[in-house]
Design a protein around this ligand. Structure first.
Ligand SMILES: Nc1ncnc2c1ncn2[C@@H]1O[C@H](COP(=O)(O)OP(=O)(O)OP(=O)(O)O)[C@@H](O)[C@H]1O
Ligand SMILES: Nc1ncnc2c1ncn2[C@@H]1O[C@H](COP(=O)(O)OP(=O)(O)OP(=O)(O)O)[C@@H](O)[C@H]1O
Length: 529
């Protein structure tokens, strides 16, 4: 029988790399199947999707051998939504997909409005795409893919930048869709809760781009625990009831260690930090763009050595806030002090020495031609001795799993690798403040843990960490202070336990509490292992 979608003995090597990114891959995906591709960061998941969708070698050049069985009518939701937009405004972008289906103009408006509601894109349809937040762009990319109604849908980490409730809702939406249509769906995802249980198949890749397992989700979870753990692949933390028996009978621990999560922060820690010097404080600050205020009346105090998490729904102003704290966006009103001196009294150079910024989109940060130079750059700027630069750079490359790519161009890395590089470049020298915009999204378990370990080490040496994140377990476990934005206001400011134990606020702000709080209220129908 002819293969619907797949590949046979497929090898792919990018021209600027000595190693192959996909090795001897043979796969056959049936019409209507829902397939999840799992593998550590850099294992070739995006490369595989691009090959099956016909993008490699047509639009991205590479040395390809073997056979690919692609389809004509496919749609891809790319990992980086910016790379797929070609129009200026939200409605035009969705209309572009509808035009592909020859939908008459007079039917489009209603379809666009419905799609925006479906994916939770709560903005005016004439909004310029470049002004959308990261999560909003991801929702738009999904709307465009759904508008296309292709025969095969490829999703490359479709929920990586979504707020926790949004992630759940989008997976529910896709699950419903999967039951209604006979469209084939191929997913790449790092976080498995909410999606793995309704997949027909899981394909597991190793770090060299070869298939190591292919089967039903529960079989893979049961029989390839060790391989998944060694490769650093996240496993689901919450298991649906239908899998309880299987889960109970396995000898390997199926979830992340609960002891880590249960150890919640106490108020004592914050009191200790209280005595220390202020790094940033604001008085009645408003942030926003042009005439639009995004968050008003911000009064925060951020101290030396604190770990501060900034949370809130997509579009609530987290990235804007982070940028405003070191002048990358101007504040609209109020006073902002950096080390007790008004921010505008510091020169750019001084701020650059004292504060490191990791952007949500890592590509915005890269300025050199190799991974090595990217990390070494800061040391060279400071005229450090060559030996010192080399030692420190090599150490960071190792810690972040980037040794193999030291001579590669930063733009050719996988998204997870790019994000790790963007954090590593900020860790070469000792800034007193690190501002990080979602540094862990798109990372496998092993690299996320390593990244957090490096940040924790810095914090213990006195660096202040300000991190935007949607990962509530991370917030719970590490933060001294949480700042929550909701509907243009600071809704909460304080230790994590004060927030997560306030069920009303958690609900109102559409948060999903960390596992440890969910455990306390054991939700029915779910089993926590
Ligand atoms: N255009 C390119 N040129 C050169 N090398 C590339 C290119 N795109 C990807 N690679 C390399 O191929 C390998 C596989 O990358 P790919 O993006 O497929 O990984 P991935 O499994 O999707 O990773 P992640 O989970 O980090 O997104 C990586 O080592 C990456 O650096
Ligand atoms: N350059 C800009 N011009 C006008 N509005 C903007 C601009 N950048 C962002 N916005 C708007 O400001 C609001 C907050 O965006 P921001 O990126 O700060 O949100 P966020 O909380 O970081 O979201 P996400 O979780 O999706 O990354 C959004 O409504 C967004 O559309």
């Amino acid at each position: 029988m002819e293969t619907f979608l797949g590949c046979k003995k497929l090898f792919i090597r990018f021209y600027n790399r000595s190693e192959q990114s996909l090795q001897n891959m043979t796969l056959s995906i049936n019409k209507g199947e829902k397939v999840l591709i799992l593998g550590p960061s850099g294992s070739g998941k995006s490369t595989l999707i691009s090959a099956l969708a016909g993008i490699i070698p047509e639009h991205i050049e590479a040395e390809v051998s073997g056979e690919v069985f692609s389809r004509k009518n496919v749609g891809v939701m790319f990992q980086d939504p910016d790379s797929q937009f070609c129009m200026l405004h939200v409605d035009e972008e969705i209309a572009f997909s509808l035009e592909n289906r020859s939908i008459p103009r007079n039917e489009m408006d209603k379809m666009i409005a419905d799609l925006m509601v479906h994916v939770g894109l709560n903005v005016d349809k004439r909004t310029p795409i470049e002004t959308l937040s990261g999560g909003m762009k991801q929702r738009l990319a999904l709307a465009c893919l759904l508008a296309l109604e292709p025969e095969v849908l490829f999703f490359d980490e479709p929920t990586a930048q979504l707020d926790p409730k949004g992630r759940q809702e989008i997976f529910d939406l896709l699950h419903q869709l999967s039951k209604k249509t006979n469209q084939t769906m191929v997913f790449v995802e790092h976080v498995l809760d909410g999606c793995i249980e309704w997949m027909d198949r899981v394909i597991l890749l190793n770090d060299r781009g070869a298939v190591i397992a292919d089967g039903k989700p529960i079989e893979i979870l049961q029989n390839f625990q060790k391989e998944m753990e060694e490769a650093g692949i996240w496993r689901p933390r919450v298991f649906p009831e239908k899998w309880v028996e299987v889960v109970e009978n396995t000898s390997h621990p199926l979830s992340i260690k609960l002891s880590n999560i249960l150890e919640s922060k106490s108020l004592e820690k914050l009191k200790e930090v209280d005595k220390q010097e202020l790094v940033i404080h604001t008085e009645k600050v408003d942030i926003g763009y042009g005439k639009k205020t995004i968050v008003s009346d911000i009064n925060v105090k951020i101290r030396k050595g604190e770990w501060v998490s900034i949370i809130g729904q997509n579009g609530s102003g987290k990235s804007t806030f982070l940028k405003s704290m070191i002048g990358l966006e101007p504040i609209k009103k109020g006073q902002l002090y950096f080390q007790n001196k008004e921010l505008n009294k510091w020169s750019d150079r001084e701020l650059y020495e004292k504060a490191g910024f990791v952007f949500q989109n890592p590509e915005l940060q890269f300025i050199t031609d190799t991974v090595y130079d990217e990390i070494a750059f800061g040391g060279r700027q400071r005229n450090w001795p060559k030996d010192l630069i080399e030692t420190k750079t090599l150490q960071l490359l190792k810690e972040f799993g980037l040794e193999r790519y030291r001579d590669a161009h930063p733009f050719t890395l996988s998204l997870g690798q790019k994000r790790r590089l963007s954090v590593a470049t900020m860790l070469l020298f000792d800034q007193i403040l690190l501002l990080l915009d979602e540094p862990t999204f798109g990372q496998d378990e092993k690299t996320a843990n390593e990244l957090i370990r490096c940040l924790k080490e810095r914090q213990e040496l006195g660096t202040t960490i300000m991190m935007v994140t949607h990962d509530m377990d991370l917030v719970d476990h590490y933060s001294d202070q949480v700042i929550l934005f909701n509907e243009g206001k600071v809704m909460y400011q304080g230790p994590p336990n004060g927030l997560f134990s306030n069920e009303k606020m958690v609900q109102e702000c559409r948060l999903i509490p960390p596992l440890h709080y969910q455990l306390m209220h054991e939700r029915r129908g779910l089993v926590f292992v």
